[in-house]
Design a protein around this ligand. Structure first.
Ligand code: UTP
Length: 325
């Protein structure tokens, strides 16, 4: 079965990091976001992926080809017109109504896909969310979807579609997307996959749901850091470094050089990083960066950054109260 992975987006909410790197290559718990997703995909037995690239797509292409030994087709989405449009870009590579598994390249999940990929009907991954206005929402009855609404303004339910779609019959999906594009039917300015799926439902194609309880959003700085924290509980590399205190969980790349530092908890240190005289907690440090004489908390530092503070000198009298920033 083919997987379809749309990763053409610009990742505006993760600027400045996404000015020079595509969102899906940002590191979380020791590897790029898309690395976590690809590992799950390969584990499920999928050996062919169509990747829809756009913004900084050549970086994604080279990472995937270098690290994964499956068949890739890269399709360029020049204009970001929405998820349904991104999926439409690969219609010529999908044949004979074959089943497809669509997954977003920026959503890390922990689900056993075996049952999902053998489902007798199309099925979408869902989970309950607190703020349904940010998601496509599924309204269900007896486990079957009766209606789908993209980013509802009015409360219609809180079962959100989280970016995993097993489509048993791909032809009706492409027909519905084609209708959206031909008739210029957009929601919130984009051709939405949720709208195409709703059209499929109306045309009589049954859709069911499967629960995705372990789902980790990486779309914003704060969710990237909380995903880092959650995943480190599984991916923590037990390490001890002379002269340093490591508070688990933490991921420290083998090539990092660390002197006189306190690292962690919930911290990922990338490849060839140099850290000296620093305290770093709840943070992600990119590759080839140098961090000296600072105390960092809840920070995301990119690649090739040189960050240093001044070691403070102080001559402070009794009963003083001072906060150094
Ligand atoms: P998002 O809207 O969450 O991601 O799309 P984004 O556009 O990269 O991020 P922001 O909103 O600017 O911060 C979800 C997924 O769908 C892909 C994105 O790359 C992301 O993986 N996508 C979305 C496309 O490939 N093409 C599109 O036209 C829209």
């Amino acid at each position: 079965m083919k997987a379809i992975i749309p990763v053409a987006g610009v990742g505006t909410r993760l600027r400045p990091h996404t000015f020079s790197q595509p969102k899906v290559l940002l590191n979380v718990a020791g590897k790029p976001i898309i690395g976590h997703i690809m590992d799950k995909l390969v584990e499920s037995g999928i050996d062919e992926a169509i990747v829809i690239v756009g913004y900084l797509g050549e970086m994604i292409e080279s990472y995937l080809k270098k690290n994964y030994d499956i068949t890739f087709t890269f399709v360029n989405q020049e204009e970001r017109l929405g998820l349904a449009h991104a999926i439409w870009m690969c219609h010529e590579y999908i044949h004979d109504n074959e089943p497809v598994f669509i997954l977003l390249g920026d959503t890390i999940f922990d689900v056993d896909l075996t049952g999902v990929l053998n489902s007798p009907v199309s099925t979408l991954g869902v989970r309950e969310v607190e703020d349904p206005r940010r998601f496509g929402i599924a309204i269900t009855s007896n486990g079957q979807i009766v209606k789908l609404v993209e980013k509802p303004n009015e409360p219609v339910g809180n079962l959100a579609i989280v970016g995993l779609y097993f489509i048993l019959h791909s032809k009706p999906l492409f027909t519905c997307i084609e209708t959206l594009i031909r008739e210029n039917i957009k929601t919130k300015g984009e051709f939405q996959l949720t709208d195409a799926l709703q059209m499929m439902l109306e045309n009589g194609e049954p859709l069911s749901t499967f629960p995705v309880n372990n789902w980790y959003d990486c779309g914003k700085p704060e969710t990237l850091l909380s995903t880092n924290e959650t995943l480190l509980k599984e991916h923590s590399s037990k390490s001890s470094i002379r002269g340093c205190i490591i508070n688990e969980p933490a991921f420290i790349s083998k090539s990092a050089q660390i002197n006189n530092a306190i690292i962690g908890p919930n911290t990922s240190i990338g490849e060839n990083v140099i850290i000296e005289d620093a305290i770093i907690e709840n943070s992600i440090i990119g590759n080839f960066s140098k961090v000296q004489h600072v105390s960092l908390n809840k920070s995301i530092i990119g690649n090739n950054v040189d960050l240093s503070g001044d070691p403070h000198e102080a001559n402070i009298g009794d009963f003083s109260e001072i906060k150094l920033r």
